[in-house]
Design a protein around this ligand. Structure first.
Ligand code: NAP
Length: 254
């Protein structure tokens, strides 16, 4: 961040662990005050402590991203305690994988609610602060699964939906100095990929090895790989990059 730039307030959802945690820590290292949002406020303590220990500013906020009242309350609290948020990372996510014929209504609704409704609710709640500031950055987590992935009809639809959502926000909000972009990770080592390995009954080391065999750069992704990309997209200097989907997958596709 340049010396003349104001301190930005960022909200990162699903930031208790994994990609969200790494992103919250990176944005704090970039000089932002970071609201660490997750379902359980207590679960945010590790991320907040790590940011404080590194000399940064962070606030733990418990909220279910799919609940409009909780989202609005969370944004009001962030505004009161850290300042008006002008950076939003829609990262909270869940998996409810199943082949189509076994996928339940609840599997479908839950994934749509957390990924799509969550990104919608938080973006809608935060955009007024961005419009007031004449500056804003929204990054939503898509996935290589948006290109289609066996057992993920719900997740693939939600992650592809986030790409259309992002492009529309870019068109609507650009005139207010706000950019909207999506980051689409490939295989990143987190609890989410560990849960997938467990679900299909494969030892994680074997699961990772099989994934790496398909990745051109020859390694698995780390949460920091995604955090570094988000860091660029929310930076002062990224103001002419909007409506894009950046695949962070160690190669051109899944
Ligand atoms: P993760 O380790 O499972 O972390 C997700 C976090 O989101 C958890 O802390 C979880 O809280 C939280 N969360 C879930 N539902 C929520 C809700 N309704 N409201 C608030 N927070 C909620 O996942 P990750 O691997 O870091 O993934 C982060 C994002 O990247 C997700 O959107 C995911 O789809 C996307 N992504 C991941 C990969 C990958 O390979 N890991 C690849 C592509 C895209 P609880 O612990 O309480 O459930």
């Amino acid at each position: 961040m340049s010396q003349s730039a104001p301190t930005r307030v960022a909200i990162v959802t699903g930031a208790a662990r994994g990609i969200g945690e790494a992103t919250a820590r990176q944005l704090a290292a970039d000089g932002m005050s970071v609201a660490v949002v997750d379902l359980d406020e207590g679960a945010c303590a590790n991320t907040v402590t790590a940011i404080h220990d590194a000399g940064g500013t962070a606030l733990a906020v418990g909220a279910d991203v799919s609940d409009p009242i909780q989202v609005n309350t969370a944004v009001d609290r962030v505004t009161a305690e850290l300042g008006a948020p002008t950076v939003l990372v829609n990262n909270a996510g869940v998996l409810r994988d199943n082949l189509l014929f076994k996928m339940t209504d609840d599997d479908w609704e839950t994934v749509m609610a957390v990924h799509l409704r969550g990104a919608f609710l938080f973006s809608r709640a935060v955009q007024k602060h961005m419009v007031d500031a004449g500056w804003g950055r929204i990054v939503s987590l898509s996935s290589t699964s948006a290109l289609g992935n066996r057992g993920q009809a719900n997740y693939a639809a939600a992650k592809a939906g986030l790409q259309g959502f992002t492009k529309t926000l870019a068109i609507e909000l650009g005139r207010y100095g706000i950019t909207a972009n999506a980051v689409a990770p490939g295989f990143i080592v987190t609890d989410m990929t560990a849960a997938t390995a467990a679900r299909v009954g494969v030892d994680f080391a074997q699961f990772e090895k099989a994934a790496v065999a398909q990745i051109p750069v020859g390694r698995a992704g780390r949460p920091e790989d995604v955090a570094n990309t988000v860091s660029f997209l929310v930076s002062e200097g990224a103001g002419f990059v909007s409506g894009q989907v950046i695949y962070v997958a160690g190669g051109p596709r899944a």
